[in-house]
Design a protein around this ligand. Structure first.
Ligand code: ACM
Length: 532
């Protein structure tokens, strides 16, 4: 009887899985349509609206890149077609409809972003279909989709290790494929400063020297031309790039370049802070933020604000800080920190930027309509509650489960552990807002989720890929798919499909179903890079 039951479950699962739509993140409304659509070189991409012409070309190029099929773009066709059309009646800035029928494809949305999301769903169907004799046969679906959260982010820390343009663009490509829309670029910290600032060239030239392993590694940084290139590349994919210029702590690399603005540090974190007791510090940082604002189009800068107490003990005796405390009636060093943050936030507001800050800033008093708080300390749930009670819009990025430098498997050699905890792919996927006890009245303040790739131990492209793929798929579904549409068995099946794409693209992924197995025999260099 038991055997029969297992067989029945297997059969049922097999049946259910065979019917499943393979798109990641899983769409919020999807129905099967009978039949198959065949794309051939005669299929045309139809678009007679200049507002979405770039998206039509993106689809054309991606189909060529991933399948070798050359489709033309035009205003009309007599053949079967993929038709892109803006329609105001579709509600939601990112919502789209995708109808794949035996006689053609329709993608409709009210915005170009919605069209782009529909295109990426179609590209996923295409990439997972078989190409035979230059024909692609696709299962038919009717999809009405829109995201659960507006903010679906990924952070890359390039201070601790620098990865460069190619890796950043690869990340942006995959983010677009999975409908992630915010790239949080952690460009400054203790080991190095990675952003060229014309007014202060030593920030990159001197501050760019070193990484987490080697304080003498030759300077590596992004030039302003490269930054503009990344921002434009991301914009083509509807991804906002948000720079993080961490202050007043995590400032050691900047202080190496311009020690005059250092507020000192501690034994463990030397020269860790900017000096809040010097007026010139504010004009120096203001100038940096003005250049940053010109380079990035997102109208948001993340000012960090985390862990200042790691290295602000010299403030206590610094004559400038002591005087500031007297003049401004600041009772303690936390009050100094908040004074500093409010002043730098004001600089951003004058530039029509929002200020983004880690959850320590929930203790400060900043304008609610121009401030976003990132809750990262999973072991401080009271900080999330405080941010919400005070009325801040908040992004959830708790270390557990959202820091992807943490281990995903007990057999892994690579990654950090939090008090022995391992965050498996399934645990990550199970992340649920309901477990955070957020009251209904505050739910609308949670605008999204974000994962972080911190790179103390992630030193190479292979390691980065290993820690990110396939976790990025779980992140995408947490951000996009409604709880009631998620399913762990369905997700496993979708991940298995995505692993095929990683193999095709030469991604050095982690296989959660066969943890000990690496995708390809490793080169000697990869073996050396993978072991700590
Ligand atoms: C952080 O991880 N210090 C934001």
């Amino acid at each position: 009887m038991k055997g029969l039951l297992i067989f029945a479950c297997f059969f049922w699962n097999g049946y259910a899985i065979a019917q499943q739509c393979p798109i990641v993140p899983f769409p919020n409304d999807v129905k099967t349509i009978n039949g198959k659509l065949t794309l051939t070189v005669n299929t045309q991409i139809i678009c007679d609206d200049d507002r979405i012409n770039e998206q039509a070309i993106y689809l054309q190029q991606q189909i060529l890149k991933t399948t070798g099929l050359t489709l033309s773009v035009g205003a009309k066709s007599t053949n079967s077609a993929i038709t892109l059309k803006l329609e105001n009646s579709i509600e939601g800035a990112e919502a789209y409809r995708l109808d794949v029928k035996p006689n053609g494809v329709n993608i409709t949305a009210a915005t170009a972003h919605g069209i782009f999301n529909g295109i990426n769903s179609l590209l996923q169907l295409i990439r997972l279909s078989v190409v035979k004799n230059n024909n692609i046969s696709i299962t038919c679906w009717s999809i009405k989709d829109s995201p659960r959260f507006a903010w679906r982010g990924l952070l890359l820390d390039e201070s601790r290790h620098y990865f460069g343009m190619e890796m950043v663009k690869e990340l942006l490509d995959w983010m677009a494929f999975y409908k992630l829309n915010k790239f949080h670029w952690h460009l400054t910290d203790e080991p190095a400063w990675r952003l060229e600032i014309k007014a202060y060239p030593k920030l990159a030239l001197t501050g760019g020297i070193g990484n987490f392993d080697d304080p003498k590694a030759p300077s590596q940084y992004y030039t302003q031309e490269q930054i503009k290139d990344v921002v434009a590349y991301a914009a083509d994919r509807f991804i906002d790039v948000i720079p993080e210029i961490d202050m007043p702590g995590h400032a050691s690399a900047a202080n190496k370049a311009y020690p005059v603005f250092s507020g000192g540090g501690s034994t463990k974190h030397p020269e860790f802070t900017f000096n809040p007791g010097l007026d010139s510090t504010y004009s120096y940082l203001g100038r940096i933020l003005r250049e940053t604002d010109v380079l990035f189009q997102s109208q948001m800068v993340h000012l960090g604000g985390d862990e200042v107490s790691f290295g602000n003990e010299k403030w206590r005796t610094d004559p400038g800080v002591v005087k500031l405390m007297q003049d401004q009636h600041l009772a303690d060093l936390t009050a100094v920190e908040h004074y500093f943050t409010a002043r730098m936030a004001d600089t951003l507001f004058q530039l029509n930027n929002k200020v983004l800050l880690w959850d320590e800033a929930a203790d400060a008093d900043l304008p609610r309509d121009k401030t976003l708080i990132f809750w990262w300390r999973h072991d401080h749930p009271e900080q999330l509650k405080k941010a919400l009670d005070k009325g801040y819009f908040t992004i959830l990025c708790p270390r557990l489960p959202f820091y992807f430098d943490f281990m995903q498997d007990s057999t892994q050699r690579l990654g950090r552990k939090w008090k022995g905890a391992i965050v498996t792919l399934d645990k990550l996927y199970a992340f649920n807002l309901n477990d955070l006890q957020v009251s209904n009245e505050h739910r609308h303040q949670i605008i999204g989720v974000q994962a972080g790739i911190w790179t103390e131990f992630i030193t190479t492209k292979e390691k980065l890929e290993y820690m990110l793929f396939p976790r990025i798929t779980a992140l995408a579904e947490i951000g996009w798919t409604l709880d009631e549409k998620k399913s762990i068995t369905g997700f496993h099946q979708r991940v298995l499909d995505q692993l095929k794409l990683y193999r095709k693209d030469g991604i050095y992924y982690y296989n959660p179903f066969k943890p000990q197995q690496t995708p390809e025999p490793l080169t000697a260099r990869q073996v050396a890079n993978l072991s700590e």
